[in-house]
Design a protein around this ligand. Sequence first.
Ligand SMILES: C[S@@+](CC[C@H](N)C(=O)[O-])C[C@H]1O[C@@H](n2cnc3c(N)ncnc32)[C@H](O)[C@@H]1O
Length: 227
Amino acid sequence: MTELYPLFSLPTPWIRSFVRREGRLTLAQQRALNTIWPRYGLAPDQSFSQKVFPRSAPVIVEIGFGNGESLVEMASRYPEFNYLGIEVHRPGVGHLLLRLDQLGLDNVKVYCADAVNVLSLCLAEESCHRINIFFPDPWPKKRHHKRRLIQPKFAALLASKLELGGILHLATDWPDYAQYMQLAVSTCPQMRPIDPYALIPERPSSKYEQRGRRLGHPIQELAYRKD
Ligand SMILES: C[S@@+](CC[C@H](N)C(=O)[O-])C[C@H]1O[C@@H](n2cnc3c(N)ncnc32)[C@H](O)[C@@H]1O
């Protein structure tokens, strides 16, 4: 498998929204990263294009997919779309690869790299039909807020990658992060808030959502369309 983190760096420094926590890679996940990766994986310096899929179709990106269960479910439920997953956590990527292989899906590709780099360096402007970011790390302590993925600068990057009419769908179980997200996206003049509840049937419940519910956290959805 290709290098997890890109060897190149961006001209403007970004604060990482994650810490390198390898966690335990099961034998099956390790095997998946070695043997299934070539079918689904994209190298961190590889430009993304429709040509990586057998069929051209609108592209739905999921950033920070965790173990990939919701990505797999969406990709099998909606074969009329192509899906691109971006995740830094290798055990999660291994888990996703195992499921993709079991189901034989051919409408999913994966980057195992920082989404900031992938978006900045690999994705063309206006190439995404939708971008989903479900339950990004909340970084609840005030001194860590700078690590939150959704920041004005990142929101501008997301907006630049959406096609006209494209949708950004965010979900969180941290009320103050929801407010923070709203402020961040409101700095993008082209992004208009839309009713997020119209999109919910399409979002399978994720591991972190279930954890949030168990803890009694309210689940908040936000959605925006690029005009
Ligand atoms: C709290 S988990 C949520 C996972 C999943 N979306 C869910 O709802 O179960 C956030 C995920 O985002 C990933 N992540 C954080 N920053 C990232 C980045 N810059 N690029 C790609 N993935 C990132 C983390 O590795 C982690 O798996």
